[in-house]
Design a protein around this ligand. Structure first.
Ligand code: NAD
Length: 242
């Protein structure tokens, strides 16, 4: 199926980056088994909650900062380079698809990007290192240097509006896809998980590759419950053989 594909969409979740040392959130022992997610409204409502959200973010950010793309990211990048995959839609904020060499115009980050921060009022970009310094020096969550607005990582929190253009682009890519492959996502986070549903309703073959069963397995043409690295490495070996 992959060899025949000319406009496949690869849809990725936290599971594709666990082999790079970045834990996912829902697996046993994952981040959310320890910390309840902070809703966007709570982040806006209180400076103390903002500080707590930033502390957690900086903890995760440290791990992400050290991570390199893994075998799965490299396999997906090669499938893009060979013309089988036209677009990668990711829920991840780690930027590793780009580091693996995929051009930015082929990556849609529907949950944003964790490599920088933005003022929620004026949109000014702020660097994460600056945020860390402000917190270290003042013990407070940062405010925008230009307008005094609330500064937040450029990621999408629970309860925060999805980026409209990115979601529209993701839907368009899904409707144009000749194959839709979901890798390392529990497919529990909506509206993101609506994309494989859309592919399936559009009669596009859906492949789900995930360590554990997902709620959408019943919609898939092929379901593989395994770690993504070894499976994608085997797929690539087959493609290289021709
Ligand atoms: P999730 O944590 O809900 O699910 C990850 C899934 O990946 C799990 O079902 C797990 O069984 C599977 N998995 C773990 N390791 C795997 C491997 N090596 N091979 C195959 N499957 C594997 O993640 P999600 O559905 O992506 O949603 C969580 C949200 O948290 C997302 O919105 C995402 O933005 C965010 N998040 C991002 C990162 C990151 O950027 N790397 C990390 C954690 C969470």
């Amino acid at each position: 199926m992959v060899q025949r594909a000319r406009s496949a969409v690869v849809f990725t979740g936290a599971g594709i980056s666990t082999e790079c040392g970045i834990p996912d959130f829902r697996s046993p022992g994952g981040f959310w088994t320890k910390y309840k997610p902070i809703e966007y409204s709570a982040f806006l409502a209180s400076p103390e909650t903002r500080l707590e959200a930033w502390r957690r973010f900086l903890m995760i950010r440290e791990t992400i900062g050290r991570a390199e793309p893994g075998p799965s990211h490299r396999a997906v990048a090669e499938l893009v380079a060979r013309g089988h995959v036209s677009c990668v839609i990711t829920q991840n904020i780690d930027g590793l698809h780009a580091v693996a060499g995929i051009a930015p115009d082929r990556i849609i980050e529907i949950h944003g990007n964790g490599t920088y921060a933005k003022c929620l009022s004026c949109g000014l970009r702020h660097e994460i290192d600056w945020v860390r310094d402000v917190i270290d020096e003042t013990g407070r969550a940062p405010a925008c240097t230009a307008c005094g607005g609330i500064v937040k990582s450029a990621t999408i929190s629970f309860g925060q509006a999805m980026p409209e253009q990115d979601m529209a682009d993701a839907r368009a890519a899904t409707l144009n896809a000749d194959l839709f492959i979901s890798i390392g996502s529990s497919l529990q986070v909506f509206p993101a998980a609506g994309l494989p549903v859309l592919a399936s309703h559009n009669r596009t073959p859906l492949v789900i590759l995930n360590r554990e069963p997902t709620g959408l397995d019943g919609l898939a043409r092929i379901v593989i419950h395994a770690d993504s690295g070894p499976v994608l490495t085997a797929v690539m070996a087959r493609i290289w053989r021709g």
